[in-house]
Write a new protein. Structure first.
Length: 139
């Protein structure tokens, strides 16, 4: 069995964004040489997410509206976490909702996706560098 590990770094210029990282993950898979196995991809920061969904702009806008209803950014005073001097409690909650990682099967050297599936990096407290771990195991 082979293993592969790589860190990808992202820096969103705004507080929240959704970035399709499927090509980056495909590159990692090609570098690994693994043809059959499992790929784990996870955000290494507690205010960011990795998730699988459709790459459709309207849907991304829906994510934003839905997440803001569930965990609104403002007023900052509504969150005890923000009493520590932070203003990102909503980002922690949004990450909990959208998830930390994805696991994808690898078959014949390809990500074994269903129709329309893509991998996204979700940023909920941007303006600084954050990393995503890619770990692949298999043959």
């Amino acid at each position: 069995m082979k293993t592969y590990r790589k860190e990808l770094w992202f820096s969103a210029p705004q507080r929240r964004s959704y970035t399709n990282i499927t090509r980056d993950i495909d590159e990692c898979l090609n570098e690994s040489g693994i043809k059959e196995g499992i790929l784990l991809c996870n955000a290494m920061h507690i205010t960011a997410s990795v998730f699988i969904n459709d790459d459709e702009r309207g849907l991304h806008g829906d994510f934003e509206k839905w997440l803001e209803k569930l965990a609104p950014e403002k007023p900052y005073s509504q969150y005890a976490h923000n009493n520590t001097g932070e203003d990102n409690a909503d980002a922690h909650l949004k990450r909990s909702i959208m998830g930390r990682e994805v696991v994808v099967a690898i078959t014949n050297g390809k990500l074994d996706f269903g129709p329309w599936e893509q991998i996204f990096y979700g940023e909920f407290d941007g303006n600084r560098k954050k990393r995503v771990l890619v770990k692949i195991i298999g043959e």
